[in-house]
Each structure stands twice: as structure tokens, then as C-alpha cells.
Design a protein around this ligand. Sequence first.
Ligand SMILES: Nc1nc2c(ncn2[C@@H]2O[C@H](COP(=O)(O)OP(=O)(O)OP(=O)(O)O)[C@@H](O)[C@H]2O)c(=O)[nH]1
Ligand SMILES: [Mg+2]
Length: 444
Amino acid sequence: MNVFLLKMNKKTLGKRSVESLTSDLTEEQRKQLCGLLGNVELTLLYKASVHGYQASAFHQRCDHQGPTLLVAYNHSGYIFGGYTSVDYTQCCQQITDKEAFLFSFQDKEPFCIKVKSGHYARYDDAGGPNFGQQLCFCYNNQPVVYHQGGINAFVFYSDTLYGNDTDLSECEVYKVKHSKSIKPWRNVLWTADRRAQLMGLIRNHKPLMTSVSRVRILMIGPVGAGKSSFFNSINSIFMGRITSKAMSGSAGTSLTTQFRTYPVKDGREGKPLPFALCDTMGLEEQTGAGLDIEDISSILQGHVPDRYKFNPISPFQLNEQKASRPASLQEKIHCVVYVIDATKISLMSDKLEEKLASIRRKVNSLGIPQMVLMTKADEACPEVEKDLQSLYVSSYIKSKVRVKVSFKTVKSTQENGNKLLISFIFMLLLVACLLLFYDQVYRL
Ligand SMILES: Nc1nc2c(ncn2[C@@H]2O[C@H](COP(=O)(O)OP(=O)(O)OP(=O)(O)O)[C@@H](O)[C@H]2O)c(=O)[nH]1
Ligand SMILES: [Mg+2]
């Protein structure tokens, strides 16, 4: 394992100042964890294998240190823990901390579970560190983690968080220092002028081929990834008010059961814009469930009519009359967008990845341009949730932008209309612009 050295803080650690502690995190893992926190530096304060698993050893090094990140390791290869922005002081009180979160990863990138309201994020006493009094590290001064019910400040399952393996091989606590100089990894001009300019570009866009009056953009993605919400967001922007024409929400299986082609108008009485978003049923990992690959093939070739009800057991059948004539260029799909939930990227099953790969092969074979739209960046990264404009500053989000096809980040709307902030309107426009210009990059 690659290791890196972190110097102990001389002032706070008194006699032990000559010692240097070695973190068990690889450089890559450290970067990923820093990404969850924005632009920060981590300094290792406490390492249980060196200082002992006793609560007193933990408090001696970690009290009054400001924000800290606890990182635990178990024998099943899970690296998990939590962040708190509030000092440990042994005040014997419940701690409210809206910024607290739990995280976990095993090989892939970390996922993050934010505290529900912030209340009861920790109980601060002379015992070992705990989150919500639900997840207690170094419980009873032993190398174990203990999960107890009761206060549900965090919603998590012990199998996904640490594979139900309660024995710790290490426990570390880092001081988290927020750095002021933040350099974005993508430059975006967050101004109203720029937004108006982008909207103008969309309104005046002319597809390259005269036989095509509007670009048909197909959204494909796992159940609940945010396909329908993305359309609602784009539609809301141009209608100038919150709309929820496409049904969206959370359910075990796809809420969208019909193929829908949604044209977008420039305001209530406005003229149709030169694009339409096509919404599909969500993908599921099992065969015979969710959107079928054969259905996608028929959609791409322009055979599937609007409002066709998907049947995962029996894919779309073209009637003989229609089969005899190929669909026109206007009816075909001109661009495919894979809608992927940022919070689930690292949890995506191999089967679902395989399904996506075979869809990509099909889309490639038809020469249709494709891109990935990453949703729920706010849920994936606490920094982005606090301030959407930090999207292109977040190294965590950057680490997710690594797919082979062009990967564009976006925050789409939630049912809660008042969250339609100027900043994410801006991002949606940016993405919409990119989608529209694909047909100029690749001929239709
Ligand atoms: N926080 C957050 N929530 C989102 C975002 N995009 C979508 N959601 C929420 O995610 C849930 C699922 O969104 P949908 O738009 O219904 O997802 P879908 O891909 O159409 O799902 P199916 O049709 O069921 O396959 C809804 O509750 C949305 O409000 C986002 O960017 N951030
Ligand atoms: Mg949907």
C-alpha cells in the first residue's frame, strides 16, 4: 500500500512532537476524502494502533481541534467513518452539526451519508467518538465499531457502510483545515448575462440538416437517476415557472413507464424550441426488468411512438407496414444522454454496468453521439450542497467526471420548486447548449 507521511502538530501534541505518524490512506484515497470536504488539508492527529483504542487517548489528541474526519478500517477492506465540523470537548451534550456526514468506500470511490437535520449528530462525552450515538468507534476502548438503534440522525445500513464487519484494523482522526485559495477545475462565468447569452443560443439554434426541425435527445439511465426531473428542469427554465409535466419521484421500480417525447416551448405562448427530450423507463440490472435493450434499439431508429407503454417481458414489435419503411431522419434519435446519479456511481452493480456497456455498443454502432449527465451532485458532495457554484471546485465531483464519453455535471431540479436557483438554471442551460451543439460536431 502507498503511504504518505503526515507530520504531527507540534503545539497540540506536546512531548510526542518528534514523532511522525503514517496514514493508512493512499494518496488517491486521501484526495477522494478531501474531495468530500471541498478544498481542505488533512493533518493526522490520532492513530489508534499507535496511541491506543482507549477513549482517553483519543480525547487527549482530538479535543479542541475544530473540524475532524474520523477514518476507520476493517479487515474486509472497508474504509469508513465520519466528519464533524464541531470540536470534541467532552461537554456531555448532544451536538448539532448540520455539516456532519458518514462515508464509506471499498476499492471504489467514497459515498457519503449526510446527517438528516443536524440534530443529534454526535454525543460528546468522555467516551469514544460516535456519530448520532448510532455508530460508536473504539467502543468500550476496543478495536471495534458498534452500531446501535435509537436516534436516527443518519440513515444507513451496516452492510453497505462496513460490510457488517465490526472489527477494526485501524482508526485514525484527522484535523480538517479549510484552505482559502480555491481554483476551479472548469471555468464557468456565473453571471446573468452569460445565462441570457446561452438561452439565446438555444432559442436560435438551427439543426444542420434542413429535414430536421428539432434535435431529439434520448435520456437513458438507471431507475431514479433523474431523467424525468432533468426534462422538468429544462422545461421550467423556458416556461419561466416551475413545471412538473413528467412524473418524477422515488419508487423501487421505474416511475416512468411510457416512452415520452417532450417538446419544449419558449414560454407559454412561445414558439417550439429546436429540441425535444425523450424520456424512458429506468434501467434495472435484471433481465426482464426495466427498459429493455431491444426497446432502446427501436427507439434509436425512430420506430417507437410517443406514449408507448414499455413491457419489460416483451419488447416493442414493429408492425409489418412500418417495418417496410425506415423512419425519417426527423423521427430518429440524434443524441443519447446517459443520466447517472452521482451518489450511486461507486455503488453501480457489475450487471448494470454491463447493461450500459451493451447499450453504448448499440449506440456507437448507429453512430449516434452520446454524453453523460451527472445528477444529484448536491447529494453526493456536501460542499456542492452548501453552494452549487462550488460544483467545479469540488475535487470529489471532479473525481467522478471520468467516464469515457464526455461527462458533464449538472444539478437538476427537485420537486421543491423554490430550489430553482439561478446557479443551477445556469448549469442546466450549459448542458442543454452542449446537447444542442452535438449535431454540429457529428453530422446527423
Ligand atoms: N437532490 C437532488 N435530487 C434529484 C436530482 N435530480 C432528481 N432528483 C430527485 O430524484 C428522484 C428521482 O427523479 P426522477 O426524475 O423521477 O428519476 P427518473 O430517472 O426519471 O426515474 P424513473 O423514471 O423512475 O426511472 C426525485 O425525487 C427527484 O426529485 C438532483 O439533481 N438533486
Ligand atoms: Mg422518470
